[in-house]
Design a protein around this ligand. Sequence first.
Ligand SMILES: [Mg+2]
Length: 253
Amino acid sequence: MAWIIVDLDDTLLITSAIYQKARLEFAQLIEELKLGNSAETINLLNEIDWINRKKLDVAKERLAISMYDTYCELVKRAATDPDLSIREKCFDIMQKVFTHRYRLVWAARKVLTECKNMGHRMVLYTRGDRELQERKIKDAKLEEFFEHICIVPHKNEAQLLNILLELAIEPEDAWMIGDEVLTDVLPGLNLGMNVIRVWGYHEYEPAALPKSDRLYNVKSLVHILPILEKLDFSTNQDQITKITRQIPTYNKY
Ligand SMILES: [Mg+2]
């Protein structure tokens, strides 16, 4: 038995593609208004959203506010007057993100079922707006797989350590599974956990992947199964490392 701590967005659920669709819809609106081309608008939107992230954090309205801020900046550059109805259009675009029925990644239920059948104990660990994350979890019927569900405003080393301490999980017996280097991979490795980074559903990763004997880098969620199946958790860590090194089909860093 091992503890497995699993990320939600872009690990179990297709998420960032839905946000990217909203960004493109906004960029098309800007192009129709003749205020800029799509690529430049998306770059500016990302810059403004990065600034807004510092004050608005994971507020679910943040991207809609960033869209309107981007529109206002483009209007200013064009030396014209803003149309206040555009603000409503930005919120309408984001409404689709909130009400979207998020899809599980391919074979997610099979993977979770098999992990449970292998006797592993699982924790769902996600950051974001609580109401939105709760709805996604409920819609995808994920509760049945997890002993604990942690929805937090920030994912970092201290937050992950809290989970390990609260559940009395030994890091060397635990696996972190997620897509983001800064919030999933690094905190897990720094705390001494084993980590599987699933990169195939992730739109953009600014951070470099670290090198570690305890890190696997796989494309799809289904690829975690052969790694976990090879483990014999009654053995010590040296043996676990030895066994996992025999798996040749995935990139190991
Ligand atoms: Mg994620």
